[in-house]
Structures are given as C-alpha cells and as structure tokens.
Design a protein around this ligand. Structure first.
Ligand code: SAJ
Length: 457
C-alpha cells in the first residue's frame, strides 16, 4: 500500500509517519521546499512529544517531495484558514491539493480529506476538482476522516481516540476504515461524508460555546463578588454538570475557527456566533482588569507570561496573547513577553528575569506547568502586581513575596467595576504595595473535599 499525504503540518506529518511506521510506503508532500528538505535530512519542522521516535521508526518507509506522485491512496491534510475580515473559510489550499492529486488519480484509488471544512465542501468543491481528469467518484473512492487529536498529545490521541469516517459510498467508507485500522486502536464510527464534516465542526463548536459560558460566568462572578473557580468546582459536583475553565480567550487553529465554518452558510446560529464574540472579547476583559490595577502607576510595564495559545505547547496560532498585546500597547503600556515553550513570536521573547525587571504587573495568559510552581522571589519588579488569568499560580506564595494577586473570575475581594470604567487604585494599592487582593479562603473551601461533597454532610 502506497499513501501520498499532502500537507506535512501538525496533522499531516504525524499521520504520514504513523502510516509509515505501520507498514505503508508513504510519500509526504508539502509546498514548502524547506519542510521537504528538512524531512529528507532527518529534521522535523516542529516539535511534538514522541514525534522524533516515530520518525526514526518510520523513516525507512517515508520520504518527502514537493509534488504528489501515483499512489493507492491520497490523503489531504492542508490548512483551512479563516479569512479574518469576512469570517469565511479559505479553501484555497484544499482546492490546490485536489488539483494536484487529479492528474495522478486512477480507478480504484482512495482519496481521504482530513482537513476541516464547512459541511458539503467534499461534494461541492473537492470531488469535482478530483474528477477533472476524467476519473469519476465511484470509480475512485472518497472519504472525509476528520482528526480529533489535541496538540501536545497528538500521537496518543491519533492512535487512541475514536474516529469518524464518512465515505462517499459503502466501498469508500470500508476502504478508508481498513487503512486507518492499521494504527487506530480507538473505535471507528462510519457515516456519510457530509455528516462527518458536520460532526467535526459540532465537536469544536460545542467546546467553544462551553468555554464562552465559563468566561461569562467569570465576569458575572466578579460582578456578584464571588470566586468563580470555587463556584465552578461546586457546580461540577452535580452529576450532570461539567463547566469548563474561564481564561483570557480561546486560541488554536480549531476551536476559534471551526464555529465560523459551521455557520458560514446559515443565517441562524446566534448562540454560536455569540460564543465566539464572548471568547474573542476575553483579552479586552483581562485588559480591563489590568487597567484597574495599574491606574495609579505611571508608564506601566506589563510582563506577559505565556504567549502560546494553551499550556505546555509552543503553538501560538490564534493565541489570545496577540490581541492582549495589541490592546495593552494601545493603552500605552510597555510590553515584555516570556514563554519558555515558544521559539518564534513577533514580539521579542525574554527570560523571566529580563521580562520582569522594573515591571509593574505580571499577566499569566497561558497555563504552562512551569508557571504553576514558579517562585517569584527573584523577580525584580517595580510594582508587584500579578494577574492570574488561568488561576494556576500558588497564590499564597506570590502574596508572601509581596505581590498583589488578582485572579480572573475571583470577585470575592474585588469591588465590582462596570466594564469601561476605571477606578483609581493608586490609594488602595500604591506602587510597590505588598498586599494581596486575592480572595481570602472562605471557610467553605476548607470543608470541600477534592473528591466529593461528603465533607459538607
Ligand atoms: N480553553 C479554555 N478553557 C478550557 C479549555 C480550553 O479557555 O476549559 C482554551 C485553551 O486555553 C485554548 C483553546 O481553548 O486557548 C483551545 O484549546 P483546547 O485544548 O480546548 O483545544 P485545541 O484547539 O488544542 O484542540 C481542539 C480539540 N477539540 C476538542 O476538544 C473538541 C481537539 O480534540 C481537536 O482535534 C482540535 O481542536 C482540532 O484539530 O480540531
């Protein structure tokens, strides 16, 4: 079995290597010569746990090229970006990939689309392009097989998660299933192509809407003067309630984008677009928190800890950090960024000490594990404010080191402030103030068992 994988990015490359490590001959295709050259010289174009080991296992059966070549199966795993101005999917890479496959397509070949697309794209856009050289669908097989892997755990999830396979017809679905079964240990569920496209988008939209709900709860909790993190822990003790975590916004190439794909052909779906708005506005909310804290500080410098879109990865795609930095710079703040996971970022990245030297406020935007245990003793701040937008710090430790700690969603010790208004804080927390504005632990916390509600009884 020879498989030609188009697109050697975060999804295409691990998938290609998994096929190769499980016995297929794989040619990987990427339009970037640098990616092709790097791979053919044994270098990986990005980091992902386990990928180097996998490459070593797969390399006998894998090589990279700039153009596709004849194969038994073709797999498209190219990006489908969102046009930021119109909020409409940009299918140009998918179209190009289909055009590149068409001249090589033979009767009996299978084409798999893994890229995430709006419902109906396979039938309306991809299949007609594949048919351009005269072989029609039915003579070649076609399936949409969306991935479900989460960056940071891509390989485990690609192999272990259940998977949806939506074929053009029975033969297509069965052939695609048998190919994935070479490395997928999770259950495979079969359906048609359009349903598979829809399911993928529903999954990420569901997560986006649920995160938006958590973010709205965080803002409501601040208005009500309570700590949303305690409230969520308690609400999640209900057997049928799972509230996600609030934060500074939703990033990554999937959750911040897929809801727009789902709704681009619809005039309904107000909840989906409202959720997008709520999540996209979270950097503004964090800025509002910073503005209140820093109102009495002259020419504030803000140190951003974490520019990756989520914890323990170096991926900055759609990271809320971009918007926060822009807003903070427009506010007149000097910005310094620190992220030990990220290799490249438009804003200079510094080590923790340089990023905080003379700074007025640390803002935790990403939940990297290394931040959780960080001891702020060595930081040479001008003003000791910290905003924990992920609720990950050891607040007691930071308070002991003289920091005023402000946790996103913890309204239990914050005067409710309507959005947009600035309350002068200078008299409350003068520059260099060494006091905490974190919530003092209410007595119920000490009663709350981490595993259940028994301790209340
Ligand atoms: N986030 C929160 N609160 C939470 C959970 C996440 O604010 O409670 C934020 C994260 O910090 C991040 C963003 O949401 O900025 C997205 O992170 P994520 O871990 O939820 O998801 P992704 O984008 O890394 O991967 C998602 C996954 N989809 C689902 O969980 C439904 C993954 O399984 C998909 O394969 C992937 O999208 C994709 O490629 O579609």
């Amino acid at each position: 079995m020879k498989i030609c994988v188009l697109g050697l990015g975060y999804i295409g490359l691990p998938t290609a290597l998994l096929f190769a490590a499980h016995g297929a001959d794989v040619v990987g295709v990427d339009v970037k010569q640098s990616v092709v050259d790097a791979l053919n010289h044994g270098n990986l174009p990005f980091r992902e746990p386990g990928l180097e080991d996998l490459y070593r296992k797969a390399k006998e059966r894998f090589y990279a090229r700039i153009e596709p070549e004849a194969a038994d199966a073709f797999l498209i795993a190219v990006p489908t970006p969102l046009d930021p101005a119109t909020k409409v999917s940009d299918l140009s890479y998918v179209k190009k990939a289909a055009d590149m496959i068409a001249p090589h397509l033979r009767k009996g070949n299978l084409v798999i689309l893994e890229s995430t697309v709006p419902p109906g794209t396979s039938e309306r856009v991809v299949i007609p392009r594949l048919e351009k050289n005269g072989v029609v669908v039915g003579d070649f097989l076609y399936a949409h097989c969306p991935e479900r892997a989460i960056p940071g755990r891509t390989l485990q999830e690609m192999a272990g998660n259940s998977r949806i396979i939506g074929g053009y017809d029975r033969d297509s679905t069965d052939r695609a299933t048998s190919i994935y079964q070479t490395f997928v240990r999770g259950q495979i569920y079969q359906t048609d192509t359009r349903t598979a496209e829809f399911v993928k988008l529903m999954e990420n939209t569901c997560r986006d809407v649920n995160i938006a709900l958590a973010n709205e709860f965080a803002q409501l909790a601040e208005e009500c003067g309570i700590n949303v993190w305690e409230a969520i822990t308690l609400a999640n003790k209900h057997p049928r309630v799972t509230i996600l975590n609030p934060g500074p916004g939703v990033g990554g190439h999937c959750i911040a984008i897929d809801p727009w794909f789902l709704t681009e052909n619809s005039t309904r779906c107000r909840m989906v677009s409202t959720a997008r708005e709520v999540n996209d506005s979270m950097p503004n909310y964090v800025l509002h928190v910073a503005r209140n804290l820093l109102a009495g500080v002259r020419n504030p410098t803000v140190s951003i800890f974490g520019v990756a879109y989520k914890g323990n990865i170096g991926d900055t795609r759609e990271s809320p950090a971009f918007k926060f930095i822009q807003l903070a710079e427009n506010e007149g703040y000097t910005i310094r960024c620190h992220d030990p996971y990220v290799a490249e970022f438009p804003h200079p990245l510094m080590d923790a000490l340089d990023a905080t030297a003379g700074s007025d406020c640390v803002v935790i935007l990403t939940d990297h594990d290394c931040f959780r245990t960080m001891d702020p003793a060595g930081l040479r701040m001008r003003t000791k404010f910290v905003i924990d937008a992920r609720n990950i710090l050891d607040h007691e430790k930071w308070t002991d080191r003289g920091f005023a700690v402000r946790v996103l969603g913890d309204g239990s010790s914050v005067q409710p402030v309507p959005l947009g208004e600035v309350t002068p804080q200078a008299s409350l927390y003068p520059a260099g103030a060494a006091r905490s504005i974190a919530a003092p632990a209410p007595p119920s916390i000490s009663l709350l068992s981490p595993n259940g509600r028994e301790d209340f009884l």
